[in-house]
Design a protein around this ligand. Structure first.
Ligand code: EPZ
Length: 417
């Protein structure tokens, strides 16, 4: 069982270039299903969620190959009747292949993507949306059977600005007849990135970044090379770590507008922040100040994927803070691990109350989900002494060699068996 061994208590310093966003690369890989041409996706993170998605593409007859940090994909010979249920039931993001497969092949049969560590992760909005586009969807014994013979553009009003449902429905509309209008669409930067990729391949989508997206069906998609947007959550994770350890770090390839809500909270915690068009520098000279209240919201609000990391930072702040998790029902398991390190933290329903302590103490902790695990890494970097973190396969889902990244920022961290 691999673990991370961290000798904490040192400031973070130095520079690091952030790779393409996991939550952009995953739908973009799925989108390649709709093209028969060669596609190269640049500067991708070598993480297990991406590898799992590439395995799914291979399982339906697509060709994929890593070329350094770039991914080559060609789906000329993809065949949707081959989807491997063992693969798709294992990862949540497999749901993203539904839209592209329906759009190109008008038929899809996949296993119901499981829930995960942070919640049930229902897909009712995806299914409602497909039905609005005249797709017949049947759910039986864990399988989703979709007959898209009648697929055509339509108007979908999402009850909630779901990221995945927005992306799935955008892709369903790309090769469908007519116009697909998605109202109350998610506005995340990864949605804009997917739109840019669709249009780069010859599709016709516009409005991403606002609450209404319109996709006009087209005949086919071409190929080419594309560089997705940087990973704003990886960037936010490292900025929050520097804020709690003190230091001076510069992250490159980061578009500040994608992390504004995080930068604003770090500034309120007393950090100095300097931005250029593609970098963010954080200087933290002292212990962070408390931030009275943070609520997770859909973009451009404070991201749920940063909830654990900012709570870890606030666990050593000078004062008390309250964090409200509005998106997922089970995203606080890391707090018990932080408590083992001396954090003064209580959870009630979807609210975390954290009373900052002067210092955390090193401990052996266990990651139980992706972002909670990243929060434990930050806490260990801040605690003076040697900590160990188990369950790091969760962290490897979303961070490519987190120990290499943090070592570049002066952290004393290594992976051991
Ligand atoms: C995406 O998940 C991200 N994953 C998540 O990142 C992120 O936390 C989430 O968006 C919110 O920003 C990827 O992009 C691969 P949602 P997604 O649909 O699309 C409810 C990470 O750590 N909902 O926006 O699954 C749902 O239960 C991961 O990188 C329905 O009720 O999120 C949740 O409460 C974790 N019915 C809320 O909407 C549906 O059909 C937001 O979910 C779909 C969603």
């Amino acid at each position: 069982m691999e673990k991370l061994i961290i000798r904490g208590g040192r400031p973070l310093s130095g520079g690091l270039a952030i790779k393409s966003a996991k939550n952009s690369v995953l739908p973009i890989i799925a989108c390649c299903i709709m093209s028969k041409e060669d596609i190269l996706i640049r500067n991708c993170p070598k993480i297990t969620d991406v590898d799992n998605m590439l395995n799914i593409i291979e399982s339906i007859g697509g060709e994929t190959k890593w070329r350094g940090a770039d991914i080559y994909i060609n789906c000329r010979y993809a065949n949707p009747r081959l989807v491997d249920a063992n693969l798709t039931s294992g990862i949540r993001s497999s749901i993203f292949i539904l839209g592209p497969i329906l759009s190109r092949f008008r038929y899809a049969q996949i296993s119901y993507p499981g829930g995960c560590d942070i919640g049930l992760r229902p897909i009712d909005l995806h299914i409602m949306g497909f039905r609005r586009l005249n797709v017949r969807v049947e759910e039986n014994n864990g399988m989703l059977l979709c007959d898209g013979e009648g697929l055509r553009g339509g108007i979908v009003n999402l009850d909630f600005p779901s990221v995945g449902a927005t992306e799935n429905l955008m892709m369903a509309g790309v090769l469908a007849g007519g116009k697909t209008v998605i109202r109350n669409a998610a506005r995340e930067p990864e949605i804009v990135d997917l739109q840019n990729f669709i249009n780069y391949l010859g599709g016709q989508a516009h409005g991403a970044g606002t609450d209404t997206i319109v996709v006009t069906g087209t005949k086919k998609l071409s190929g080419g090379e594309y560089s997705p947007v940087c990973d704003r959550i990886v960037a936010g994770t490292y900025l929050a770590a520097a804020a709690m350890c003190t230091g001076d770090v510069t992250l490159k390839n980061v578009r500040p507008h994608t992390v504004y809500s995080v930068i604003e909270k770090l500034a309120r915690a007393g950090c100095e922040l300097y931005e250029t068009h593609n970098s963010v520098r954080l200087i933290a000279k002292n212990r962070p100040k408390a931030v009275p209240k943070i609520e997770t919201q859909p973009f451009p609000g404070f991201p749920t994927d940063m909830q654990a990391q900012i709570t870890a930072m606030l666990s050593v702040a000078d004062g008390s803070s309250m964090i409200v998790e509005n998106l997922f029902e089970n995203r606080f398991r890391y707090t018990m691990q932080l408590a083992k390190m001396g954090a003064d933290i209580t959870v009630k329903d979807r609210v975390v109350l954290v009373k900052g302590v002067k210092a955390l103490r090193p401990a052996a902790t266990t990651a139980e989900d992706l972002r909670g695990g990243a929060a434990l890494v930050s806490a260990a970097l801040c605690a003076d002494g040697v900590s160990e973190i188990l369950g790091i396969h969760h962290i490897d889902r979303g961070y490519e060699s987190i120990e290499s990244d943090l070592s570049r920022l002066n952290a004393d961290i290594r992976r051991a068996r």
